[in-house]
Design a protein around this ligand. Structure first.
Ligand code: WQD
Length: 350
């Protein structure tokens, strides 16, 4: 089993991935500054996995070299402290709101790019050269063709996407330096849902930017109604189409990717993680209503700046290269997302 550093492990995707890694028997150090997450998520992950001695939580910021160093040099196992190497890093920590990135590009370049640079520098100093990076389909911008393959042009249209593309380039330079790096750049499409226990899930700060948590909060009575950003798109029902992927399918993709990197020679993998299935906004609304048993009031408003009509993954490379594909459908995404939101109407603040 491996010793893994998970940056941003208390976040939505991070917490579900920590659970999957613990269930696979790995030992984890989680570093998180809780700017958009809660230590309660880690408490519940450890409880779900019954892994009280295989996760060490370090409160820290990946932009602060001393914090990253602290995560690298302290590893608690069987109640005593000793220095231990980290075998690999799963790097989630970062800012991820598209709209916010336009009003606050300095923070996005600082956290996402400088933070990743600091992490990689400390990794290299400790001889740890295996990393799985949380990238995003946002870096494709307006897709020229759908489904989108990994060799589609990289053309981000917002600072968030630019920052992800910049880190991907840094990782490509490391891979080309032939100094033994094992790297995976995983481009997520639209992660949604939650663990079926209802104990962990997506808990965005403030008003949700994304569709799924907004719908969930309407169903939980926290929001009055959903604003649908346009019904004049060139799609079958006029609303925009996206590739939604259950967060546990995404977590499983990280486990298979890590195991592939650790078992093979130094290389760089770049993989789309999506379902390949496009669903419209109104299809998601309808399924969520069916699952939660109540109407989701909505109003049609104008399109949101920067949106595309249709973004769907070509994830065939992930299936042929590492044997990964999604297994959960929209009903399960809605069912599990509602299990979390209905049990935790105010998220971890409950
Ligand atoms: C989905 C659809 C909206 C909210 C973003 C990031 C991407 C990734 C996932 C990090 C769109 C519509 C939304 C609402 C709506 N995150 N919508 N009303 O924009 O596809 O992707 O999140 O990596 O990088 O770009 O996701 O959930 O915001 O929107 O009508 O209140 O729902 O127009 O068609 P998006 P989203």
């Amino acid at each position: 089993m491996a010793n893994l550093l998970i940056t941003g492990g208390a976040g939505f995707i991070g917490s579900h991935t920590c659970l999957v890694f613990l269930e696979a028997g790995h030992e984890l150090i989680v570093i998180d500054n809780f700017i958009n997450s809660s230590p309660e998520a880690i408490k519940r992950v450890v409880q779900l996995a019954d892994a009280h001695h295989r996760l060490t939580l370090v409160e820290g910021d990946i932009c602060v070299e001393a914090d990253v160093e602290k995560a690298f040099t302290s590893f608690r196992r069987k109640n005593f402290l000793f220095h231990s190497s980290i075998d690999a890093v799963i790097h989630f920590a970062g800012l991820k709101a598209v709209g916010e990135s336009r009003t606050n590009p300095l923070d996005y370049w600082g956290v996402n790019v400088n933070g990743s640079y600091t992490l990689l520098k400390v990794m290299a100093a400790h001889g740890c050269r295996t990393i799985v990076f949380s990238s995003s389909a946002t870096l494709y911008g307006y897709p020229q063709r759908v489904p989108i393959p990994e060799d589609a042009p990289i053309a981000p249209i917002n600072p968030y996407g630019q920052s992800k593309a910049a880190v991907e380039q840094l990782l490509a330079d490391l891979a080309a330096s032939e100094t033994g790096w094992r790297i995976a750049r995983l481009r997520y499409f639209n992660p949604v849902g939650a663990h079926p226990s209802g104990m962990i899930g997506e808990d965005p700060c403030g008003i949700p930017n994304n569709l799924f948590p907004f719908i969930s909060q309407v169903a939980a009575g926290r929001r009055i109604n959903l604003k649908v950003f346009g019904n004049d798109w060139p799609t079958f029902d006029g609303t925009a189409i996206r590739d939604y992927i259950h967060v546990l399918d995404l977590a499983a993709g990280h486990l298979i990717t890590l195991e592939t990197l650790l078992s093979e020679k130094p290389q760089m993998l770049t993989l789309n993680l999506g379902s390949g299935v496009g669903l419209s906004v109104l299809e998601v609304v309808a399924e969520f209503e069916a699952v939660c048993g109540q109407p989701i009031p909505y109003e049609i408003v104008t399109r949101r700046f920067g949106d595309a009509a249709k973004t769907v993954a070509d994830s065939s490379l992930a299936e042929t290269r590492i044997g990964w594909r999604t297994t959960r459908n929209l009903t399960e995404m809605c069912r599990d997302g509602w299990a979390w939101q209905s049990a935790n109407p105010y998220g971890y603040a409950n």
